[in-house]
Design a protein around this ligand. Sequence first.
Ligand code: ADP
Length: 275
Amino acid sequence: MSFIELKDLNFTYTTDDGEAIYHVLHDLNLTIEEGEFVAIVGRNGSGKSTLAKHFNALLLPTTGSITIDGMNTLDEEKIWDIRSTCGMVFQNPDNQLVSSIVEDDVAFGPENLGVPSAEIRTRVDEALKAVGMYEHRKKGPHLLSGGQKQRVAIAGVLAMSPKCIVFDEPTAMLDPKGRTEIMQILKQLHKDGKTIILITHFMEEAAQADRLVIMYKGRITAQGSPKEIFAQDSILDTNNIERPFAAELAKRLRDKGIDLPNDIYTEDELETYLR
Ligand code: ADP
């Protein structure tokens, strides 16, 4: 059995009285292995955030199923195990920080999970060090930049020792420096063995994943390595997806006869070849 398995998953938003409003996710079948780094991309409204919330049981399938490390999200008894296995980082860091001191914020998750206090201390320190925020641990989150707040939010998830972290547009509200920092942390967590699921509309970020999953109108329409996906104009066109800027530029330079490999996705890679 794979670490994460979606089987014929459908999801319909309903009103509080159960009246169906909108059938968003259609027959999703997907498997993710432990330790993989998967990016989910697709135009706005394709259902990415709705899917993301299924990975830690914030939303439950209307029909079909999703299992996380063998646990079915429809099994109510497993809900806390699922949430501590698969943590979530959202777009807006301000909505994720609840305490007036950084380290208290990071402790919030493990406290809720009932982790013994001596272990909480160790986990909080380790999590803050992992995101480079240890020296800011006594500060109020309001004194931090957007990128720093997002790092604290990631530390809060790390302190719960999840096997998997789902990032839903984690850099969308950050400046380029903050974006780069978050991507570096994300890649380090992947190297450390965490399963990473990244939802992003920055193709340069998506291109750093092992695998891209493309969504269009609530369906998974394509999957493959960045190299496979970005090489196929038809996939990009039908799903309304752009190549990373550096990849587009590299392609135009190749068309003009400049000898460049066809797997350049980031500006840094392009720069290395043009030096
Ligand atoms: P994405 O993350 O790809 O932009 P979403 O999952 O946010 O897509 O949204 C998919 C569709 O579901 C959109 O058409 C959106 O308007 C709709 N939607 C999102 N949240 C709700 C909700 N709470 N109730 C009804 N429809 C919703």
